[in-house]
Design a protein around this ligand. Sequence first.
Ligand code: SF4
Length: 86
Amino acid sequence: MWEKNGRYDILAWVMTLVSKSGRQTHEIWFNPETGDQATRCPWLRKLPKREAYVCRIHDMKPSRCRDWRPGSRSVAAEIGCRGFDP
Ligand code: SF4
């Protein structure tokens, strides 16, 4: 998806590992400058002057994020998650 959409800024944070058999696996998020695994998601941004956060790659976020749903609509509203959006 990221390659198809030219999102090399996102792909830069993906580490590709190749096993001895040649099988590739991809791990997120690794700092492209240091190679270190990020301690928090690099795409999470706090909204100015608010206790709310947004995902800067909402339409391109990884499947594990797309598949996650908060437990209730009130929790979703509280954390600014769009998991209950139609
Ligand atoms: S939804 Fe996923 S990609 Fe987006 S900020 Fe949260 S952890 Fe990062």
